[in-house]
Design a protein around this ligand. Structure first.
Ligand code: TYD
Length: 218
């Protein structure tokens, strides 16, 4: 495929959404055709699935139902939005993707990682991100940031510290298993400092991809 898929990952409130927006505007200024999207959601139907997943009133949802709904959202977004954009040569930036299912539903909830990897492959139509930026923050920092946000807490944000700790460890384990694809960025500092690190990773990656097989349209 002619385009590039860049995903951002990390625990809740790690700051990846802000970094995804900054990255999108940076690449647009550099002349790339950019599509910024997110998971769960990003597409009309997938956004409906997102509302079911994050609703505070759905606390009786089983872990398996949750996993399948994330995958349903992913298959919808991938087939209708991500794959066409990649085929058109665009740079797709996705706020969370398959690694989130492995980290949250696998390491966090304890569902089978083998099954999740298979479902990830099916729902993403075999598309693997070209570059993944993992914004790494300690669980304590993320929970403190969340408290400051003052927005109503969604169903998942009520989960315990221990759950988030497992997810954070899970993301780091996934990064260790995919060293070439996943770059870990320390997200403990302020937005601008973190952004400089993200930009450095992306610049290095694009420098490489421009001179080798990938050549996203500018
Ligand atoms: P998001 O809107 O990115 O929340 P935040 O900005 O706080 O990181 O994601 C919503 C929640 O969905 C988040 O708690 C992580 C969770 N999630 C999963 O558990 N599995 C998945 O496959 C995905 C994509 C998200």
């Amino acid at each position: 495929m002619a385009g590039l898929l860049i995903t951002l990952e990390g625990i809740d409130s790690c700051g990846k959404t802000t970094q995804a927006r900054k990255l999108a505007s940076y690449l647009r200024k550099r002349g790339y055709g950019v599509l910024l999207t997110r998971e769960p959601g990003g597409d009309r139907i997938a956004e409906k699935v997102r509302r079911i997943l994050l609703s505070k009133t759905n606390s009786e949802m089983t872990d398996l139902t949750e996993l399948l709904l994330y995958q349903a959202s992913r298959s919808q977004l991938t087939e209708r939005t991500i794959r066409p954009a990649l085929r058109a040569g665009r740079v797709v930036i996705c706020d969370r993707y398959s690694d989130s299912s492995l980290a949250y539903q696998g390491y966090g909830r304890g569902l089978s990682k083998i099954v999740i990897k298979q479902l990830n492959r099916i729902a993403s139509l075999g598309i693997v991100p070209d570059l993944t930026i993992l914004i790494d923050v300690p669980v304590r920092t993320s929970l403190e940031r969340k408290r400051k946000e003052k927005t109503g807490r969604d169903r998942l944000e009520k989960e315990r510290f221990e759950f988030h700790r497992r997810i954070g460890e899970g993301f780091l384990a996934i990064a260790r298993q995919n060293r070439r694809r996943i770059k870990v960025v320390d997200g403990r500092e302020d937005i601008e400092r973190t952004w400089r690190k993200v930009r450095k990773v992306v610049d290095a990656f694009l420098g490489k991809s421009d001179s080798t097989r990938k050549r996203p349209r500018r």
